[in-house]
Ligand binder design. Structure first.
Ligand SMILES: C[S@@+](CC[C@H](N)C(=O)[O-])C[C@H]1O[C@@H](n2cnc3c(N)ncnc32)[C@H](O)[C@@H]1O
Length: 246
């Protein structure tokens, strides 16, 4: 009998269709509100430039192709969060906080006890957020400095900066087999590809996890996004079950 081979590409497509499909629980008004809230954060880009001219140099060292979160990515992060319901989140790369606010806004919909810790080595921009989720910023600190100060375990790690090899032993102590990793800039030679390679190479736990490639243009177009997304996700195999109807 022939078998059906389900490829990583198939799994990624199904994953994003499910994630963006959660839109059914998300009214058009909510979507517009989130996009409106994060677009207001764009003004913070100019605050950074006014603060320090040498930041571009530091930024280049850690992260060559910087940019903030696109609407498709912001809503993707919001949906991923709503889907997996993490309570404790680590973020590496705050910058103007579009991703932080997207995750925090999602946590706010199901819990009053959520917390996000977030660091950025090049700036100290204060993220305005009035929701319930507690955001603790580690301004002008790199991932290694922040990770050294954390304890307990985290449910989701969002990486939008460039991780360092010395971060790995610290990260290992802060995750569980259920922790989900979301990695931005997963395309070509961008930092996300290197981040994924370091994580999967150095953290044994993640060897048995599944790598979800970024959503393709068709999925995004189907959900009315004009922007792209380079968000990859590393999820435990157990995330997937085969539902059989009797
Ligand atoms: C693409 S931007 C982040 C955009 C942000 N998530 C947003 O939505 O506005 C990447 C940021 O990560 C910071 N960064 C890169 N590597 C880092 C590291 N190892 N630790 C802390 N920050 C880092 C850079 O300074 C840069 O500001």
């Amino acid at each position: 009998m022939n078998q059906i081979n389900i490829t990583p590409k198939d799994i990624s497509r199904i994953f994003w269709e499910l994630i963006y499909g959660t839109e059914e629980n998300f009214s058009p008004l909510d979507r517009a509100n989130l996009l409106n809230t994060i677009s207001k954060l764009d003004i913070l880009r100019y605050q950074e430039i006014a603060d320090e001219s040498s930041q571009a140099e530091v930024r280049l060292h850690y992260n060559e192709t910087t940019g903030s979160t696109t609407p498709a990515q912001a809503i993707g992060l919001y949906y991923i969060t709503k889907y997996f319901r993490p309570l404790r989140v680590i973020e590496i790369g705050t910058w103007i906080g579009k991703s932080t606010v997207s995750i925090a806004s999602a946590i706010d919909t199901y819990s009053q006890a959520g917390e996000i810790v977030t660091c950025d080595v090049t700036n100290d921009i204060k993220i305005p957020f009035e929701g319930k989720t507690k955001i603790t910023q580690f301004p002008k600190q790199d991932s290694n400095q922040m990770l050294q100060q954390l304890s307990g375990t985290y449910d989701l790690v969002f990486i939008d900066g460039k991780i360092m090899h010395k971060d790995i032993p610290l990260l290992k102590n802060l995750i569980t087999p259920k922790t989900i990793f979301v990695i931005d800039d997963f395309e070509g030679l961008a930092k996300g590809v290197e981040n994924v390679s370091i994580l999967r190479d150095k953290i044994d736990l993640l060897k048995s996890h599944y790598l979800i490639m970024p959503p393709n243009e068709k999925i995004l177009n189907d959900h009315r996004f004009k922007t792209t997304s380079t968000t990859a996700v590393i999820v435990p195999m157990k995330t997937f079950t085969l539902a059989v109807s009797h």
